[in-house]
Design a protein around this ligand. Structure first.
Ligand code: B16
Ligand code: MG
Length: 246
């Protein structure tokens, strides 16, 4: 990960108070992206989109699926249809997106608490113990359902999802909504994202942002991390990594 000692923790507009045990920074809350950060649904999205593409006789690869991270459902459909998008009416496109979503929600039944890594559980536990408030900022309209399947719904004080916004990432709307639900300013919240469009959204909203996976390669991300517990070195400096709790 990026050495936190080389990344100045100087917010442009400091908040009033950091979390307990983190007096050296201004953050009171952590807003997590869901898909790709808390749980990996890429393969389930792939299977649902691939089924639709096959029925339409269109090519769709896992590499194509990677391009849809953080992208809204309707925008994802436009990308899948590519040059053929104009052959469908708006009503037909909505019906196609609904068809994919029905298959995807059926596939979500495969998700269980076992799909949440120990690294994720450990990080959430440590942040909560350290006094941070936790929230979700996800483009997915299925965020609530996913959280229920993985049984983490009780961990997040606020959940802003795709059903509450008109503009998807890279627009900052979903993160601003999460901050609003928490009653905090962007300077008091830090974002965790796996998609480059999500990092753009965070920065556009005035948030500092951890990038993991593909987002770690974003040139402007505040901190690039390899695994989720790496963020604890920044948010809970000097504290030993807690034991895995589940
Ligand atoms: P849905 P995130 C995003 O969630 C996914 O990364 C993206 O692949 C998906 O197209 C989008 O949600 C919309 O999802 O069809 O369930 O509404 O990464 O922002 O948590
Ligand atoms: Mg994501």
């Amino acid at each position: 990960m990026t050495d936190p000692t080389t990344v100045p923790l100087e917010p442009t507009e400091p908040g009033e108070a950091g979390a307990q045990g983190a007096e050296s920074n201004p953050y009171a809350a952590v807003i997590f992206d869901l898909d790709g950060v808390i749980v990996h649904t890429d393969e389930l999205h792939y299977r649902a989109w691939k089924g639709l593409a096959d029925r339409l006789g269109l090519p769709f690869s896992r590499t194509d699926n990677d391009q849809l991270r953080g992208v809204s459902r309707m925008r994802s459909l436009e990308l899948l249809l590519a040059g053929r998008a104009d052959s469908y009416s708006e009503a037909e496109k909505v019906a196609l997106a609904d068809e994919k979503n029905k298959d995807y929600r059926d596939l979500l039944n495969e998700l269980s608490p076992d799909d949440v890594s120990e690294a994720v559980r450990c990080t959430l536990w440590a942040l909560q113990e350290g006094g941070y408030r936790l929230a979700i900022g996800s483009s997915s309209r299925n965020a609530g359902l996913i959280l229920r399947h993985i049984e983490l719904d009780g961990w997040f004080e606020a959940v802003a999802d795709g059903s509450m916004i008109t503009h998807s990432k890279p627009d900052p709307e979903v993160f601003l909504k999460a901050a609003e639900l928490l009653g905090l300013s962007p300077a008091e919240c830090v974002i965790v994202e796996d998609a480059r469009s999500g990092v753009d959204a965070a920065l556009a909203g005035g948030f500092h942002c951890f990038g993991i996976g593909d987002a770690a390669g974003h040139p402007d991300v505040t901190w690039a991390i390899e695994s989720l517990p790496d963020m604890l070195a920044v948010l809970l400096p000097g504290k030993p990594l807690p034991p895995i709790v589940y």
